[in-house]
Design a protein around this ligand. Sequence first.
Ligand SMILES: Cc1ncc(COP(=O)(O)O)c(C=O)c1O
Length: 462
Amino acid sequence: MVQTAPRTETTAIRAEYEDRFAASRALHDRARRVIPGGISHDGRHRKPFPVSIERAHGARKWSVDGHELVDFAIGHGSLILGHNDPGVLAAVEAALPHGTHHAAGHEAEIAWAEQIARLVPSAERVKFTGSGTEATMLAMRLARAVTGKPTIVKFEGHFHGWHDYALKGEKPPFDAETVTGVPAAALGTVVVLPANDPDAVDARLAQGDVAGVILEPSGASWSTIPLDDGFLAGLRRLATAHGAVLIFDEVITGFRWAPGGAQVREGVLPDLTTLAKIVAGGFPGGAVCGGADFMAPLEFRDEPGWNATKKIRHQGTFNASPVVAAAGLEALRRCADPAVQARCDELAARLRAGFNLVLAERGVPGFAWGDSSVFHVALGESCANRPTGDLKHPAGLSAAALKGTVASPHSESLHLGMLIEGVDLFAGGGMFSVAHTETEVDFAIGAFGRVVARMAEEGAFG
Ligand SMILES: Cc1ncc(COP(=O)(O)O)c(C=O)c1O
């Protein structure tokens, strides 16, 4: 691995960004006076300041500074149909005049659940939540209720939202014992293991206290740290053998890896699945789904004491609200067509290969990789199987090194440089929608070449 020294804070790229995105800076300065950090999601933090967006359409968005940007953040991955998809907009517009909240059940909610059950093979029952974070929280609670055991096993670098049981081991150092603001008692019920080590999982499950095993079936952070072939199937066997609930967190992979998610693409079925993002058509929402037995603790029963003390509590003012249900149902109707995922995959593969060719031609250390319709970029370091084409599984780098690429100084410079060129990346990479075309891909590859050349000229790579 070649690790070059981080560059100084002030580069020409950064100076030009500050100059050209002055209106974004002004808004960020105003935001910081009332919103801690000036942002409402830590993933939007960026030095020297993040870009502010005025409007979006298709695969593009426009900054308050008047710059048109190809959007690879695409609603943090929720907009596989692109911004303002006409079908989703029409569904929302049709739902709005009927009221935004009925404080009651409604037909769209049922049709939405039925559509999820049709697409996701392990889903017999579906419960809606307000977000992916709430979905993983509920899934962990279900696992604990079903098994009567306390412990959740998760994996290094895997992200499951930001509730108390989700954050341990998400960022390097993976063995950190504390998470600010989270009680040690809560953290003590979560065990973090390295992925791709079935023996470690077997040994931990053998202790007999594990309720559930949760993971991103793409590998951590949408395939940043890929899983070895056979690891998911091995987990399936181990979870069954030890009586633990297997939870696939498909908040990103759901309806993106395949119409039925990563469980279809990888051919391994979990007991419970968590969903958000695409499931709600770009609106706030999430869901937990799974086999009827695994969802049973959510049922009401005519049995003394059950509803008051044994049933799993589930509330949430905005769960499956009518407008969100309308958007989600329409999005999932469209995502049932595998051509949606195939098209996005094809574009992402073209971009990953294009980026790798740029790096090889310019002799710059780095590589682009990813699975399905997502991509990641590492600059300033090389992997053992450095390609000139597409790459799914970079060899020779630790999980911490791969996860660390997102927050590296090179990644920061790349992000600013790409914004100057008219491209908004997402967490050191990006995701595709059907609104993207070869035009956006080739534009991004050209932009990437110019930014990498500029970084090289500025001495970023030694
Ligand atoms: C895999 C995964 N799980 C859970 C979450 C949390 O979802 P939300 O942001 O809707 O709370 C995310 C969010 O990015 C995610 O990527």
